[in-house]
Design a protein around this ligand. Sequence first.
Ligand code: 0O2
Length: 278
Amino acid sequence: MSTIHKPSKSDLERLSRLRAPYQQAIDEMKVKLKGIKYGCLHQDNYSPIEFVVGRVKTTDSILKKAEKKGVQIGAKNWIEEIEQHVYDIAGLRVVTRYIEDIREVQEMLSQREDFVIEEITDYIADPKESGYRSVHMLVRYPTYHGATKKEVLCEIQLRTLAMNFWATNEHELRYKYAENLPAEMKDALRTAADTAYELDMQMDQFRRDIRTAREVVQEFAIANEDKLEEIFSLYVKKDFDKAAEMYRHYFGSEHDFGDNPKLKMINDLLGTRLSKKN
Ligand code: 0O2
């Protein structure tokens, strides 16, 4: 263990007990976040959430971060001090496809009544020096552990797949280099982070293009439906020549009816009238 203070066995036992409600919060929050995912999939066939992972920091990692934050392990009230200074004992990661999805999840979480948002840090609007991008939402979550109610802090990180890919690699590299990354590697990582962000923005644009194209196709289909209705009503009024003329004008002599049975039905009804011009 690389901590300055060597924790006693009872310190470690207290720390281990400290983790329990955080673990419970993670388990419950994971179910809730997955509830958002499956609810959206059920409703719209699309979820802004790709996947959710969560973890409670190991005792070793809590000690390291606490010391980094100036907590003196073993000193009076050190456990309380840890909880006041280390905000990511419980950490959840929500990974999305698009940056727009992050904003949607952020909005959904802001509407929840089962936890309170304490702080939002937007490292997408304002990336870290390393190039790191994510939105961090610090939430206060109530747990009922045994007969005791305890509110714990959970850090929810919202990232796109590309941001997550970058952060995972950068984290591993930093670990391998024991937090002493060479300057040229830091530069390369910053460039890679910007490239990943450009890709994210490009993908958001593609998604908007897909939506626009889908809307145009839908509008076109609706317009065709209206025309077919009009032709059909002319047919019912026995104004066959006008109906045939209108059909030819909008649908030509097209015999590929696609998946439109109405088009085929009207074509069949008009039959030979379609071939003679007025
Ligand atoms: P792990 O292993 O993911 O738990 P800090 O003093 O900046 O270390 P602080 O004050 O809590 O921590 O700030 P912040 O920004 O909320 O960072 C908390 C977590 O965000 C980190 O936890 C990382 O998961 C992630 N993070 C922040 N900055 C970076 C970065 O530059 N690169 C990567 N890959 N992740 C980052 P831990 O405890 O560092 O690590």
